[in-house]
Design a protein around this ligand. Sequence first.
Ligand SMILES: C[S@@+](CC[C@H](N)C(=O)[O-])C[C@H]1O[C@@H](n2cnc3c(N)ncnc32)[C@H](O)[C@@H]1O
Ligand code: SF4
Length: 377
Amino acid sequence: MAGIYIHFPFCKQACTYCNFHFSTSLKNKDVLIESMYREIELRNRFFKNEIIDSIYFGGGSPSLLSAKSLGFFILKIKKLFNVSRLVEITVELNPDDSSTEYLNELKEIEVNRASLGIQSFIEEDLNLMKRAHSSDQAFDSIEKVKSVFKNFSIDLIYGLPNSNLDKWMFNLNTSLIYEPPHISCYALTVEPKTLLKKQIDSGETSLIEESKVEEQYLNMVNYLQKNKYDNYEFSSFAKPGNHSINNNGYWKGKPYLGIGPSAHSFDGNNKRSWNINQNNLYIKSIKENKLPFTEEHLSLKDKFNETIMTGLRTSTGVSLKEIRDKLGNKFADYLEENSKNRILSNDLYWDRGHLHVTKKSKFLSDGIASDLFIIDL
Ligand SMILES: C[S@@+](CC[C@H](N)C(=O)[O-])C[C@H]1O[C@@H](n2cnc3c(N)ncnc32)[C@H](O)[C@@H]1O
Ligand code: SF4
């Protein structure tokens, strides 16, 4: 199984925290879309015999595209690739783009999953993040999405400046009223070249203490698990049967093809590539029938480190057998030996041949994983 990710690099306005690739000038929108259609054709031999079980429109804000344009991507993919009858087709929706009419049009072009960027239901938070939507629009859009899509997800951000446990639990409680089949909750990260970074550096805004962010995380995990959500990956929670095929594909190392400026691809083995993240250069390159990507080949060490990083973030954990089979005894023995201290300190544990992070240390998963990385072997 394999996935296709389509990156639409335009947004109405820039949120303070975001450094995904996007432009707020929609000047080149149409010519860029044409180039992306063309890239799909140029990439038609990317997969060998894999069946596509996920098509994901992300961004930027793909909900700025008409349903007709999105539908054209889907038709083209179906024509050129081996697409499963049960394919999951997700569109990331901004609340301010989610009219009932638009949602119904998406359903007509066979989109069967919506991912709604709520971030917070609190007006003060939305203003602080410079989101294009209001609190009223957050409530309104989730009602509309729920009435059109059986399968939908919402994104929320915790650890915001001015946040506290009460406000965060309010956001979670409010979300659960709508019984979303899937919730993604991200800790606010301060990315380079964002307005948030500038605000923090100048003292205009300040972050809350790390221990408070951890408190929000651990309370969220407990609360959502109590409400029958499976915390199947660090930031992802799903009701049974509603894990995202797209997300699972990334964590399980399945191949995926990324279309559009800045989109990443992986061949499922050892080749990773990423498209240029400048719209004009992307358009120019595609016009010349040249694929605008840079490629890297992963060494066994890179693959080991990636497996540890993704595995410790998921509820499946890291399979020792898989490491032994795919990378060899040397890597499996290294993991067994080097995880011992973290097991003694109750940060990690083995369960049926899989290495997991303990509940108490879950928030520190990435740091624990990087301690196990192989730098030289
Ligand atoms: C890049 S956005 C695209 C979706 C859509 N444009 C939106 O804003 O809802 C995908 C998700 O990434 C998350 N995100 C982006 N930057 C982040 C950051 N610096 N910290 C935490 N979450 C972030 C947000 O929750 C957002 O919903
Ligand atoms: S969070 Fe979404 S809407 Fe905001 S700038 Fe990033 S991609 Fe655009």
